[in-house]
Design a protein. Structure first.
Length: 404
């Protein structure tokens, strides 16, 4: 098959969506399929890739993570159609995001009479409601802009949602309803979509990690993890409000015999550095690292501190699972992915609740050994090779439906 991927994040940028996309692309290509990625440019200098079609972004307009934003304008349509003509035929469109490029993918599929598969994994309702500077205005703007581009004929169910959540859910529902098949990484997100009126076939397929990368990291000499104090916690992600890196630093400040390594970059980098400096050597800001660097670091730590409360699955969680790193988290929804004996869920998302868990683990480190043993049985579950066949089955169903 020749697959056209549409994503609002260039594959060369860092992030969970990009990491999962690269693993899927490499796996599909390894199975003999052709994948062309349509996306915005990456900030800075990036080597050209013959399998990537860079779409022109809107000047002075960016996504919440600061990356360039593409809108489905006439110029975007012409660029996509020209690429389809030059690189075709295309068999299927897979939209991996729900913003400008995701919408452009939907529209391209309909123009060219192609089936479209939509991946849904963004909890925009929670992120906007909790972390947007002006939640109602942000949700209203997204709902209006997306509604102009992707109409929704039937009023969605609200399932008890408040005003902001209803506005934030509307683009997600419309995007899903416009597709032939929907892929989500977790059962809980599938339920969220279904109760709000999405009646398209929804397939639950986990994100994955590149097999070759896992084998390379595991094949390297394992670092010697000290058995005694201090407790070594790792936090990894985008330094942005919804990921809560400042809360992670505050947790470390409340726990004696605990050091925290923070990996990542983003809009809160300055505040993170300042907060870490107040705690001296107890918090070390490591900066942006590759996925390989993150996986390697996980072998040197005692636990992953996952402070986010609005992830649908979280690639860093899958990476910890693959590396056998015990997980401390707060979001009940993530219990679907964290093995029951492989992590500890804090009583709530507060800093004191996280600190209480870390204090207990610092006092009784035997619990960490038990968690690592429990995780060992699940270490290969995140391998991309375990999920690609299911993705291909979804593609096949979508193609067969379009031929009826």
């Amino acid at each position: 098959m020749h697959l056209a991927f549409f994503t609002d994040f260039h594959p060369a940028t860092l992030g969970g969506v990009q990491t999962a996309m690269r693993a899927l692309c490499d796996s599909l290509r390894g199975l003999g399929h052709r994948v062309t990625v349509f996306c915005p440019p990456a900030p800075g200098s990036v080597a050209a890739d013959a399998d990537i079609v860079v779409l022109a972004p809107v000047p002075a307009l960016a996504l919440s993570n600061g990356l360039p934003m593409v809108l489905p304008t006439r110029a975007t349509r012409r660029a996509v159609d020209a690429a389809f003509a030059a690189r075709g035929p295309v068999d299927l469109v897979h939209a991996l995001t729900t913003y400008g490029c995701g919408v452009a993918g939907l529209r391209a599929a309909r123009r060219h009479g192609l089936p479209v598969v939509q991946t849904m994994q963004s909890r925009d309702d929670t992120m906007i409601q909790k972390y947007a500077p002006a939640p109602y205005l942000a949700a209203l703007t997204m709902r209006w802009l997306h509604g102009v581009l992707v109409p929704l004929r039937h009023q969605p169910s609200h399932d008890g949602d408040g005003r902001v959540a209803r506005l934030a859910w509307r683009p997600l529902i419309a995007q899903a309803q416009a597709a032939d098949r929907v892929i989500v990484p977790t059962r809980h997100f599938a339920r969220r979509l279904a109760v709000r009126g999405v009646d398209r076939p929804i397939h639950v397929v986990s994100n994955g990690i590149d097999d070759a990368l896992l084998d390379r990291i595991r094949g390297a000499a394992a670092p010697q993890r000290p058995a005694g104090p201090p407790l070594r916690a790792l936090w990894c992600g985008r330094l942005s409000p919804e990921k809560r890196p400042l809360e992670a630093i505050a947790v470390a400040g409340l726990v004696e015999n605990c050091v925290l390594d923070v990996y990542g970059s983003g809009p809160l980098a300055g505040r993170v550095a300042a907060a870490a400096a107040e705690l001296g050597e107890r918090v070390r800001v490591r900066g942006e690292v590759s996925q390989a660097g993150c996986l390697s670091a996980m072998r040197e730590h005692d636990l992953l501190l996952l402070t986010s409360d609005c992830d649908t699955q979280g690639m860093v969680l899958l990476e910890a699972l693959a590396m056998g790193l015990p997980i401390v988290y707060c979001d009940p929804e993530l219990s679907e992915t964290v093995p029951a004996a492989g992590g500890v869920r804090a009583a709530d998302s507060s800093v004191p609740a996280f600190a209480a868990v870390l204090r207990d683990l610092a006092r009784d480190r035997s619990r960490l050994a038990a968690m690592r043993e429990a995780l060992a049985a699940h270490a290969d579950e995140p391998r991309q090779s375990r999920h690609s066949a299911r993705i291909l089955a979804v593609y096949t169903e979508a193609l067969e439906k379009s031929e009826v």
